[in-house]
Design a protein around this ligand. Structure first.
Ligand SMILES: Nc1ncnc2c1ncn2[C@@H]1O[C@H](COP(=O)(O)OP(=O)(O)OP(=O)(O)O)[C@@H](O)[C@H]1O
Length: 609
């Protein structure tokens, strides 16, 4: 296994101009020769050479510190080649303009190195401050900004008001929201969560505009923003509807703004989404932030002509895309991601699953080597974890919810009802439920009915319409135009019922969906969690009804675990199908089985403003 280099740790490099004193060393030799003007021929040191001796000692110290860092770093399988600075990155020598400033900077660098060494050893660096069990003291946090950053990328310094908050407030926030931060570089969290929008490291207050209707950052936003701002690779796992899009969008814009060079000259960041509709939705949200800062975004997805996408790709700073069309455009030479250093996989477990994995690998291989890679999702099965790490550099995993191991959890504000039914009585029951939830004052309430197959969705849509309900459908047998029209009609309220396949299971953020009805159970329980996550979003309550038949019994164990973890009732008929959980299989990592006995731990409710 290759050893990690110091640059991979994000620590300042010995190769940087300030540390390069080899020319001085040569000079020193010539200056310490006997001085001909000195009669006894003794070696006389000039004032300058004293300074140089100091410099040599300092260099020795630095080397020693670097050695300790190297030895303290764990070996990782996904170690990558040292970062090569890009032409456009600022040269350290340009930043340091005079000798005094250079000295100061060098002193700070040495201090940072020492602290990083201690951190790498798992020691708490207190620097005179009271040590904390949960979040490192402020001085250490600011040192941490240099860890894991790609060269020249934006560094994060904590807002002084946040630094001044008592540690108890931080601890309470972390505990109340079940925020777990697993960092291979530090045993204690380096950064405090950004508890208020005003603590965000942004210079232009106009950038806070999109948040004016929100009370505070959601837990995932608060927890990931500092780390993403510091340039770290992050896996963010948080329940459906908890604001993950803004969690990666805000640091994305900040990252691009921190880069030198002109804007609107091509891709600096790329966000990959599994479905066209989700890509469009993320594009809309990201565009709002981007425009405020004079940045341009483009949405690249299949099923529509390429011309406009080709044209916009030439100038757009942020590319939001589905994998197939993006690869098409890369192959055509119309999408150049060579300077994209901020790479996001949204719905990451889906993107790493069979079918998408190859596409994703191709895309990531065309992005900048020294990129920052982010993965966000509400479900993080073991089957993709090892694969994910091959794309990332010492990633942190930030999990929201009382499942620090990243177990499957549904949103706790969703009431989940499971009815075990005879497959032949499903349509009858569907009709009963629609009548119950779409009568009188409730007639405009939004309901999503999930089917498994495209043909099934077409048939169910026709059946519902024949009973006099206003209904639209979204699935892969429809043209993109029809899909967009259906979704728009559902969002606007013209058709309150939407029949969908799993193309609509993930990510779609449609306000006030009253009920999600699973007419046919999905292929995986992860998909179940995403489907029901279309209701109960942004802190609201939701309802999901699932018709479960004997055909779905292979999933009963996993479903029972999800129900129990969310403190939901488990019908006896469901228990009869058994509690064995078949772990998801990945082509590269195989399957294994686990009998849980259905005793998943019960999770607690997380409050969400
Ligand atoms: N800080 C906040 N406070 C309140 N609402 C927010 C906040 N941030 C985002 N939201 C809103 O929460 C809703 C859900 O956000 P988003 O779609 O990003 O969720 P998500 O976590 O990505 O969900 P999913 O896992 O289903 O993709 C959106 O309507 C968004 O505008």
């Amino acid at each position: 296994m290759p050893k990690r280099t110091l640059e991979e740790t994000g620590l300042p490099s010995m190769e940087e101009p300030l540390a390069d004193t080899s020319h001085k060393q040569k000079k020193r030799k010539s200056k310490t020769l006997p001085d001909p003007s000195n009669e006894d021929g003794a070696i006389v040191e000039s004032k300058e050479s004293k300074a140089e001796r100091k410099e040599r000692k300092r260099q020795k110290k630095l080397k020693k510190a670097e050695k300790v860092v190297r030895e303290a770093e764990p070996e990782t399988e996904n170690a990558v080649a040292p970062v090569t600075p890009e032409e456009e990155e600022p040269k350290y020598s340009e930043v340091v303009v005079d000798a005094k400033a250079a000295k100061r900077a060098e002193k700070a660098r040495l201090k940072a190195l020492k602290k990083a060494v201690k951190e790498a050893n798992g020691e708490t660096v207190t620097n005179g401050e009271a040590p904390s069990k949960k979040v490192a003291p402020a001085t250490e946090r600011s040192i941490g900004t240099s860890i894991g950053t790609s060269k020249g990328s934006a560094l994060y310094s904590e807002n002084p008001e946040l630094t001044a908050l008592p540690q108890t407030e931080i601890d309470t926030f972390l505990a109340d929201n079940f925020i777990s931060i697993k960092d291979p570089l530090s045993t204690t969290p380096i950064f405090r969560p950004i508890l208020k929008f005003s603590y965000l490291p942004i210079s232009d207050p106009a950038q806070l505009k999109p948040f004016k209707t929100f009370k505070a950052p959601t837990p995932i936003q608060a927890a990931v923003w500092p780390y993403l701002s510091a340039g770290r690779d992050v896996i963010g796992v948080a329940e459906t509807g908890s604001g993950k899009t803004m969690a990666f969008a805000v640091p994305c814009v900040r990252h691009i703004l921190s880069l030198p060079g002109a804007r609107n000259k091509g891709a600096r960041a790329v966000v990959v989404s599994p479905t066209r509709e989700l890509a469009m939705q993320s594009y809309e949200q990201i565009s709002i932030l981007a425009k405020i800062s004079g940045l341009q975004a483009v949405c690249v997805y299949g099923g529509v002509p390429k011309d406009e996408q080709r044209r916009t790709l030439k100038t757009a700073d942020i590319v939001i895309a589905t994998p197939g069309r993006l690869n098409d455009l890369i192959n055509e030479g119309c999408a150049d991601l060579g300077r994209a250093k901020y790479v996001v996989l949204d719905e990451a477990d889906r993107m790493l699953d069979k079918g998408f994995e190859e596409e994703i690998r191709k895309i990531i291989n065309t992005t900048a080597k020294e990129r920052q890679t982010l993965m966000f999702t509400a479900t993080w099965p073991e089957s993709v974890r090892a694969l994910a790490s091959t794309f990332m550099k010492t990633p942190l995993r930030i999990t929201i919810g009382d499942n620090p191991t990243g177990d499957l959890r549904a949103n706790n504000r969703i009431v989940q009802k499971v009815e075990v039914v005879d497959p032949r009585s499903k349509e009858f029951r569907l009709l009963q439920i629609l009548k119950q939830y779409q009568s009188g004052e409730q007639k405009d309430d939004r309901i999503i009915v999930f089917a498994l197959y495209k043909k099934e969705a077409t048939r169910v849509e026709g059946f519902i319409r024949s009973k006099g309900f206003r209904v639209a459908a979204i699935h892969g047998d429809l043209s993109q135009e029809q899909r967009t029209r259906s979704l728009e009609a559902f969002k606007q309220g013209g058709t309150p019922i939407l029949v969908a396949t799993d193309v609509a299971a993930r990510g779609l953020d449609i306000p006030n969906v009253r009920l999600v009805l699973n007419l046919t159970f999905p292929l995986t329980v992860e998909d179940y969690v995403h489907r029901i996550g279309r209701t109960g979003r942004a802190g609201k309550e939701g309802l999901a009804i699932t018709l479960f038949t004997e055909h779905d019994k292979a999933q009963s164990g996993s479903l029972i675990n999800v129900l129990k973890a969310a403190n939901q009732p488990v019908p006896d008929e469901l228990l009869k199908f058994g509690t064995t959980v078949k772990k998801k299989e990945h082509s590269a990592y195989g399957a294994f089985y686990k009998d849980t006995g259905g005793d998943a731990q019960v999770s607690k409710k997380i409050t969400f403003d």
